[in-house]
Write a protein that binds this ligand. Structure first.
Ligand code: ZN
Length: 250
């Protein structure tokens, strides 16, 4: 990284970090929804997370709840990348994390909710598709364990689902608008563990670069935006991200 005056000026300015599936794989959570993710490669599994199938078929919902019960998310621990972001935030640097992940591990690691923007929602909560009521996933999974194959909303009886954006569902407009605003405002934009092939992640990297932010891409595979980046890092994320953040703190 060049160490000019611009770099010095940037260190206390806003750092935005876009995190994708690659950030959670080191915690034992596979890539489900990416272009080469598990769900995309298995049409039957993809139905469990596709809104139209989920709403139309109680059997899909029953299997979906079983899948949620068995998710590796519940036993996953934050890894070095998650912890490095928490250390960075606690050191007083302005930080916002925009994540494609639904596992909530940034918050489990210790980032305040208000600093994390979850583009695809979170699997740690459930939401009613009829009235919008939300509640903890853990309570819904207890109902499943107690014998309710497809637990309905306790408020209105509507179909309940994880508070994630399923295939076929639009992203939350407000979340997206905040992500774009953060991206435009930041001085440094780190895209970490994301293939940058899925919207809106891809467009965020481009917006950051066009707005003049320093764009750094940390990903095992090439991305379509590598040529726009000031830096491309191919090292494992658990090593690369702590090093990058330490550099920004200097
Ligand atoms: Zn409801």
């Amino acid at each position: 990284m060049p160490r000019g005056p611009r770099y010095r000026a940037a260190v206390l300015a806003l750092v935005a970090v876009l995190t994708g599936a690659g950030v959670s794989t080191e915690s034992g959570i596979p890539d489900y929804r990416g272009p080469a993710g598990l769900w995309r490669r298995d049409p039957e599994a993809e139905k469990l997370v596709t809104y139209s199938y989920y709403m139309a078929d109680p059997e899909i919902r029953r299997r979906s709840w079983l899948m949620r019960r068995e998710s590796p998310v519940w036993s996953a621990e934050p890894n070095a990348a998650h912890r490095a972001l928490v250390d960075f935030e606690r050191s007083g640097h302005p930080l916002r994390v925009i994540t494609q992940n639904v596992d909530g591990l940034h918050q489990v690691a210790g980032l305040p909710d208000r600093k994390v923007l979850e583009l695809h929602g979170t699997t740690r909560y459930v939401a009613c598709t009829a009235c919008g009521a939300r509640g903890p996933m853990a309570a819904a999974l207890e109902r499943v364990a107690a014998g309710e194959a497809d637990p309905p909303c306790l408020e209105c009886g509507g179909v309940l689902k994880s508070a994630t954006v399923m295939f076929g569902q639009a992203l939350d407009d407000q979340v997206l608008a905040r992500a774009v605003a953060i991206t435009r405002a930041c001085e440094v934009f780190l895209a970490v563990g994301t293939s940058l092939q899925v919207q809106p992640a891809a467009s965020l990297a481009e917006i950051a670069a066009r707005a003049g932010a320093r764009l750094v891409i940390v990903n095992a595979e090439p991305t379509p935006y590598d040529s726009l980046a000031d830096d491309v890092v191919r090292e494992p994320i658990g090593r690369a991200l702590p090093a990058l953040l330490a550099d920004l703190r200097r």
